[in-house]
Design a protein around this ligand. Structure first.
Ligand code: UGA
Length: 432
């Protein structure tokens, strides 16, 4: 099938590559000419395992194309443009409506608009009204994505479910054909109305956020009661009704999705005249977490003013170069506010995208060992595998870390080994 993906951001690029892998001929369109030029020159705009290789392969096979214009005969359009949120959860749908406007100006009646951008509940049906007002007739379908950054292509090709929200039953035949290779793998295909599909998307992220926030609170109770956080997560997760995923303690959930979707969902409650009591509590618990962690760091170091603190991991989690909504950055800002001096390191972040004008003293390094120079303590803020392979023996013998304090916010290092080497090792659920 011939498919156009509109908006080549994270979701758009993965969707385009994924659909091409399923055997469709995919045209990725973006208004950002530079982004398209980069893609055509073989530079993937994001860091995601295997994606560059796949793009090269699919491009050579002529299954994947990129451009700034639509193709005359295409009728199936995935809309994957960004839907930025303000602090109160209001979603800016301007880019989505701009994409729709550009499509209705170009495509004759009868096209399929598949909304993959995450939108507030009720948006697809509003789009249907909008099209009616414009006297055009296209089918609008909600087809939310459940792609984790860092595993996005895997998630596209091995989803837990495909959710289709369609008022027009005739469209489902086309969608069944479109996703046939996945349906052959017996992936559940949930057909519902557009509003429910939109709600499934945001509610799924809200559930994940909920799970993480509650586990993090329990982690604080572990510190006080000397219960074992690792065993607690395992013990809860082995209950099949709860499941073991998203029970890892950490510095709080971040990224461009969980925090945004939970705020947006909370706003939908307000807009429909009812209140969620749980969502605001989850938002507050997660925000509180950053301050709590900084207080603990301050206590461990006996004050942080003018002390150099090395911090490994700036992205919101491992295996991505994305720093949007990163807990590391929230923690850094709070440390800077207390006049700590930060030495930051990350294996993938593009440091030039991080702006800290006037916020304090911060320096980024390209090498984990150099980052430690003169530092009092090392904070591990994301769970990159390479942090487990750091030569702590060398760091200790060469006296690279002044106070030999390691604070592990992801519990990825080996406590016994580090203590044997003479480090003071602090981790979540035990000391923090
Ligand atoms: C999330 C969802 O997992 C996807 O299903 C969804 O499609 C996507 O948002 C989206 O809406 O587009 P993502 O933002 O990539 O994906 O991030 P996650 O892997 O879900 O992690 C979110 C945050 O939770 C990260 O900060 C992570 O470190 C944290 N986390 C995750 C924990 O603190 N503990 C855990 O056990 C799991």
């Amino acid at each position: 099938m011939h498919i156009t993906v509109v908006g080549i951001g994270y979701v758009g690029l993965i969707t385009a590559v994924g659909l091409a892998i399923l055997g469709h001929t995919v045209h990725g369109v973006d208004i950002d000419a530079q982004k398209i030029a980069d893609l055509l020159n073989g530079h993937c705009p994001l860091y995601e395992k295997n994606v560059q290789k796949k793009i090269n392969y699919l491009y050579a096979k002529k299954l994947l194309h990129f451009g700034t214009h639509y193709r005359r005969n295409d009728r199936i359009f995935f809309l994957t443009v960004g839907t930025p949120a303000s602090q109160d959860g209001t979603i800016d749908l301007t880019p989505l409506y701009a994409a729709i406007d550009s499509l209705i100006a170009f495509v004759p009646n009868g096209a399929l608009f598949l909304i993959k951008s995450t939108v507030p509940v009720g948006t697809s049906r509003k789009i249907v009204h909008y099209l009616k007002e414009k006297n055009v007739c296209h089918a609008v379908i909600s087809n939310p994505e459940f792609l984790r950054e860092g595993n996005a292509l895997y998630d596209f090709l091995n989803p837990d479910r495909i959710v289709i929200g369609a008022d027009n039953i005739h469209c489902t035949a086309i969608l069944t054909k479109l996703y046939q290779p996945l349906l052959n793998k017996k992936i559940p295909f949930l057909l519902t109305d557009p509003t429910t599909a939109e709600l499934i998307k945001q509610a799924s992220n809200a559930f994940l956020a909920n799970k993480i926030a509650l586990l993090n609170e329990l982690s604080d109770l572990c510190v006080q009661t000397k219960a074992d956080l690792g065993a607690l997560s395992l013990g809860i997760g082995l209950d099949k009704r709860i499941g073991e995923a998203y029970l890892k303690g950490g510095p709080g959930f971040g990224g461009s999705c969980l925090p945004k979707d939970i705020r947006s969902l909370n706003r939908s409650f307000h807009q429909y005249g009812i209140a969620s009591h749980i969502l605001p509590a989850v938002i507050a618990a997660n925000n509180y977490r950053f301050a709590y962690i900084v207080n603990r760091i301050t206590a461990i170091l006996g004050g942080i003013k003018n002390k150099i603190i090395a911090l490994y991991g700036l992205t919101f989690k491992a295996d991505t170069d994305d720093t949007r909504g990163s807990p590391s950055l929230s923690i850094i800002e709070l440390l800077l506010a207390q006049k700590a001096i930060i030495h930051g390191y990350d294996p993938k972040t593009k440091y030039d995208l991080l702006t800290y004008n006037e916020k304090g003293s911060i320096k980024f390094f390209n090498n984990p060992e150099e980052t430690l120079c003169e530092a009092e303590a090392l904070i591990i803020a994301t769970e990159w595998d390479i942090f487990q392979n750091i030569d702590f023996e060398k760091i200790k013998t060469k006296g690279m870390l002044k106070s030999n304090i390691i604070i592990d916010l992801r519990n990825i290092l080996n406590k016994d080994l580090l203590q044997q080497k003479g480090f003071s090792y602090y981790c979540l659920g035990r000391d923090i």
